[in-house]
Write a protein that binds this ligand. Structure first.
Ligand SMILES: *Cc1c(COP(=O)(O)O)cnc(C)c1O
Length: 390
């Protein structure tokens, strides 16, 4: 096999949008009502219905949803919240917003999801919640996490990667006390920026909704419309986390496409799996069991570095030289300066995440990729391996 010639650059991620999103946004702009209003309520209703959940609160990011979830369950200064190290900044930073302590735990080697035994080991009287992450779109073992927790301790799922994901036949968003989704531009559906808090608890949903809008009492937005009044009450110093109708209009169209976009992601993931199945230098990601569903937000390969004469950074550089945008998810939290300096974390404390993250590469995977794009990614990976086999 000869080295493929560099192609036009294939970005690591691209949203799947077309004229339908543009028309939906244009309609909102023409209506004259740009911020939180009827489109947001419609998006919430449709999203809750899609998930099969009772309450959905639209906000301007998943980070905001996580913050509101912790606020609603009453996290305070000095409390502890258990967070896996193999995640994005947001999962743990929201705990710091309360001057509470993110208690970091290691992950399982095959899935890179939170290790329930590690959770058990760090439980304390100060533990207020656990935030599992469904890494890449594969559900964390929620039953096993629940099994180690004292009764009544809430689980807040960081489901930024997990739309649509199923765990033991159940939709993510219907299982724990609170589930937070992301509609950031590179996620499995997007509103540009946006997020959704989903729960079965009406009082919790109410609190999150009020706190997402300055702590102003119920449906304050109605005060600007004919059916509303000028009167409102501030019941707590809240936040400015509401989603706009412009973003919600985009989200409604994306939600309609979600099934199709997910099906395409799954086809691409299966092609990658087949292409790398017999390549000793590559470990492919864990698949969902037959009663589960993988959202395929990310496709992360892990390199068997001792078999190669190239390191991970140079591997990614070579893919880029061949026109393929790759990335890394993640450098685990405990290796970042903030956590090292604030909590004294070390590489040795979280051996699985330290070892696995160092050999991980995220390949492009999104519904707009053509078969040709997929073939080019595979060819670039195989060629880079062939050129650097020990
Ligand atoms: C993207 C992401 C978030 C944050 O989502 P935003 O909508 O950008 O706030 C949180 N957690 C994980 C694991 C993510 O990947």
């Amino acid at each position: 096999m000869s080295t493929p010639s560099p192609r036009e650059f294939l970005p690591f991620a691209l949203p799947d949008t077309d004229d339908a999103e543009i028309a939906a946004i244009a309609e909102v702009v023409r209506s004259g009502w740009l911020t939180t209003g009827a489109k947001v309520r419609e998006f919430e209703r449709r999203f809750a219905e899609y998930i099969g959940a009772s309450h959905a609160v639209a906000v301007n990011s998943c980070t905001a949803a996580l913050h509101l979830a912790l606020e609603a369950i009453g996290v305070r200064h000095g409390d502890e919240v258990i967070v896996p190290v193999h995640t994005f900044a947001a999962t743990a930073e929201v705990v710091r917003y309360f001057d509470a302590r993110p208690v970091l735990v290691d992950v399982e080697p095959r899935t890179l999801n939170i290790d329930p035994e590690a959770v058990r080991a760090v439980l304390s009287p100060r533990t207020r919640a656990v935030i599992p992450v469904h890494f890449g779109g594969l559900a964390a073992d929620l039953d096993a996490v629940r099994a180690v927790l004292p009764a009544g301790l809430p689980v807040i799922e960081d489901a930024a990667h997990a739309l649509p994901t199923r765990y033991r036949g159940r939709m993510i968003g219907t299982i724990s006390e609170v589930t937070c989704f992301s509609f950031y531009a590179n996620k499995t559906m997007t509103t540009g920026e946006g997020g959704m808090l989903v729960t079965e608890d009406a009082a919790l949903a109410d609190r999150a909704r009020i706190m997402s809008m300055h702590g102003i009492s119920r449906d304050a937005w109605k005060r600007f419309t004919a059916e509303g009044s000028w009167y409102y009450e501030i019941i707590a110093p809240g936040f400015k986390y509401n989603l706009t109708d412009i973003a919600a209009a985009l989200g409604i169209v994306q939600l309609e496409k979600l099934q199709r976009m997910h099906a395409r992601r799954a086809v691409i993931a299966a092609r990658f799996d087949r292409a790398f199945a017999d390549v000793a230098e590559v470990e492919t990601p864990a698949r969902a069991p037959s009663d589960g569903l993988h959202a395929w937000h990310l496709y992360c390969i892990r390199l068997d570095l001792p078999r190669l004469t190239i390191d991970r950074a140079r591997f990614i550089e070579r893919l880029r030289a061949l026109g393929i945008g790759a990335s890394v998810h993640y450098t685990p939290l405990h290796l970042h300066p903030y956590y090292r300096e604030t909590f004294g974390t070390t590489a040795e404390q979280f051996p699985v995440a330290t070892r696995e993250a160092a050999r991980l590469i995220t390949l492009p995977l999104y519904s707009r990729m053509t078969d040709r794009d997929v073939d080019d990614v595979i060819a670039a990976v195989l060629d880079t391996i062939a050129a650097h086999r020990r």
